[in-house]
Write a protein that binds this ligand. Structure first.
Ligand code: ADP
Ligand code: ZN
Ligand code: ZN
Length: 662
């Protein structure tokens, strides 16, 4: 094989292959898939060898400095997968390889063997589980990368299905990847997998040290571990004969990486499954519109679990119409009389309460307190954002603007106001209302340190706290048997996000929140406060009716051509110089329009919902079309024509299939 030159990519946002010459003494050592040290623009950088050749396209090439790995860390499957990612997400191959790399380590000792734990008894599947397992089993026999959408409420036995499907895969000498949202990667869940497959599990999460990461990666590579249970980047596990990928809570937005490379682990999983012939199980209580759409059109196999294994019924959900609170009941508090009453009852019975507030929107929306109507863009059907400086309403998709109306356009009342309640305000009002209650608050302010997160939860678990107030981080996976009341302060903050997925987010959040009530032996109660009691997201969540929600939401998506009927690419421009930024954004917008030969919608440029971060102004342009390939081509061509001097730099970043608009 020709070993004079190596084709190398580096972990910078430059999607190009560079040629380096291989010194004589390094020719035995070098190989595709290994890391090397290379001189690059006056620096020494880590490079990834993606090919070897006998010639270089240019005469003067630099020399490789050192080979860093004793064996290739990427096989051809991972190289193909990462190349596909670089193409699809319009980023550099080297950036993808950087996130797919194990840490570098000299030599480290073997991992200590864990203490043997007692094996739990094998569970006999319920009839519903048996049916799902039969279907999945057939798919596993075929080795043709079938995707299963496993739709079942929390506690319906999905994890048990993952475990039994994995057991089948291992019997055939194959390996499995299990992806969980980072927040669900608790010691309890790892123990549940670990006790079933003792010694075969490699955990993969952010609490691992570099050394531990390296050790786990080596165990997978050497065949000591054949199941990885981990967060997003576990999708790059070095398995040679992958049989199954499980993605739990497949609808979770945290599967999308927010920094470059901005990949979605679910999409990457589907591609890896295609390359390796592995099956995929997508598990969730609230499928993403994208996945359910694929199941409905027969691309995925749908399998459903409709009841909880323990036979418990879903909690009762009550909706409080906040429009009537002031006008009919004369109550100005953020707590409805109904919620106040239930909280008091709950405390008297020595039970616990969770009060839930959606992450405060980045921006303020405007809502009529009489009829509940939030003001929305007539072109995009996305909530307007109110800018106090200009006193105008902005659409962050198409940049359409309006004056803030004096009266509600629907009911003509004068009660149009901004909206947004923070967790702090909820906490202080609560202290005034129920001075004897012990109150805890959990949001990103109080939980910046990892400790306080587990401290607050620990205290709540021991009943040192009666009422826990928090953002959606308390809606996930936690199990508190003494919680019998869950209150949602305002469903409207989720419903009115400046995002086309606002209704989907609302349905998911309310369903998840409702799942927190009545986990123990006592029946639970859920109270949702809203100015939009008739909204289908709220009504269908109340009845735990996903198909009905899907039916209504998919109509809206189809009418406005939003995903899954299209793909979006979000182009974000950032600069410290606001004026220049506006000009450059305008210019890019015009170039895009001029180059647009396909039927691609170009929305904006418009100020981003989060208009300024750390002194940098932000604008965005959204591309909407049916084929991402054409959209990327249009962008590539247009960006190369946008020649801007280096002064007052404007940084441009792309997000293909964005999950949230910041
Ligand atoms: P999910 O993943 O859908 O939330 P789990 O798989 O965690 O559901 O199941 C919920 C509970 O029911 C767990 O405690 C689990 O051990 C138990 N369980 C699941 N399947 C069975 C079964 N077939 N027989 C008895 N218990 C089961
Ligand atoms: Zn109104
Ligand atoms: Zn608009």
């Amino acid at each position: 094989m020709a070993r004079e030159y190596a084709q190398i990519v580096v972990g910078l946002p430059i999607d190009r292959i560079f040629h380096y010459s291989i010194p004589e003494g390094m020719r035995e050592e070098i190989d595709v898939g290994k890391r090397v040290m290379v001189p690059f623009a006056g620096q020494r950088l880590t490079g990834y060898v993606v090919g070897l050749s006998s010639q270089a396209p240019i005469a003067r090439v630099k020399e490789i400095g050192a080979v860093l790995d004793p064996f290739p860390i990427f096989d051809s499957e991972i190289l193909q997968l990462t190349r596909w990612m670089a193409d699809y997400y319009a980023c550099a191959w080297g950036e993808v390889l950087r996130v797919a790399s194990p840490p570098r380590m000299k030599r480290v000792g073997r991992k200590r063997e864990e203490k043997s734990i007692e094996k739990p008894p094998l569970l006999i599947p319920t009839p519903e589980q048996a049916e799902a397992l039969k279907l999945i089993g057939k798919g596993l026999e075929k080795n043709n990368s079938t995707t299963f959408l496993l739709h079942g409420v929390t506690g319906s036995g999905k994890t048990e299905i993952y475990l039994q499907s994995i057991a089948r895969v291992l019997e055939k000498g194959k390996q499995a990847i299990v992806l969980l949202p980072e927040i669900s990667l608790t010691p309890q869940i790892l123990l549940r997998f670990g006790s079933r497959f003792w010694g075969r599990i490699a955990p993969w999460h952010s609490r691992l040290s570099r050394r531990e990461r390296f050790q786990e990666w080596m165990r997978m590579r050497e065949g000591e571990a054949d199941i990885v249970v981990g967060a997003r980047s576990a999708i790059f596990a070095p398995f040679k004969n992958l049989g199954l990928i499980v993605i739990d809570e497949e609808h979770e937005t945290s599967y999308k990486q927010t920094e470059s490379p901005k990949y979605h682990a679910r999409e990457v999983a589907l591609e890896r499954a295609r390359l390796s012939g592995a099956a995929v199980i997508l598990g969730t209580a609230t499928p993403s519109l994208e996945s359910y759409f694929q199941a409905r059109r027969g691309k995925y196999e749908l399998t459903e679990l409709t009841t909880r294994v323990d036979g418990k019924i879903m909690p009762e959900v009550e909706i409080v119409d906040m429009r009537k609170e002031l006008t009919v009941r004369g109550n100005r508090s953020i707590f409805s009389l109904r919620l106040q009453h239930s909280m008091r009852e709950c405390l008297e019975r020595k039970e616990q309460v969770i009060l839930f507030l959606n992450r405060r929107g980045f921006s303020t929306f405007v809502l009529c307190q009489k009829c509940g109507q939030a003001l929305r863009c007539k072109y995009c059907d996305v909530s307007f954002t109110y800018h106090s400086k200009t006193e105008r309403l902005h659409c962050h998709y198409c940049n359409y603007q309006e004056e803030k109306p004096q009266v509600c356009p629907k009911c003509q009342s004068g009660q149009v106001g901004y909206f947004g309640v923070g967790t702090q305000k909820v906490e202080s009002e609560l202290r005034r209302l129920l001075p004897e209650a012990r109150i805890g608050r959990m949001d990103s302010d109080t939980t910046t340190r990892k400790r306080s997160y587990s401290q607050i939860l620990g205290s709540f678990q021991r009943h040192g706290i009666d009422i826990l107030v928090g953002t959606q981080m308390i809606a996930k996976g936690l199990d508190f048997p003494r919680v019998t009341l869950v209150g949602v302060i305002s469903a409207d903050t989720a419903l009115n996000l400046a995002d086309f997925r606002a209704s989907e987010r609302t349905f998911q959040l309310l369903t998840q929140v409702a799942g927190r009530a009545g986990r123990g032996d006592v029946h639970g109660q859920v109270i949702i406060q809203t100015y939009n009691p008739e909204h289908y997201s709220i009504q269908t969540a109340r009845l735990h009716d996903y198909p009905n929600f899907y039916g209504q939401e998919i109509k809206f998506r189809r009418e406005l051509g939003y995903p899954p009927f299209s793909h979006l690419i979000n182009v974000t421009l950032q600069s410290r110089d606001g004026n220049r930024l506006r000009k450059v954004a305008g210019k890019l917008g015009r170039i895009l329009e001029a180059n647009n030969r396909e039927a691609i919608d170009i929305l904006g440029p418009a100020p981003a919902p989060l208009a300024r971060i750390k002194g940098k102004w932000r604008w965005q342009i959204i591309l909407k079309g049916s084929r991402t390939g054409e959209m990327r081509e249009l962008l590539k061509e247009s960006l190369s024509q946008l020649k801007e001097p280096a002064s007052g730099r404007v940084r441009i970043s792309l997000d293909v299939d964005p999950m949230g608009m910041l």
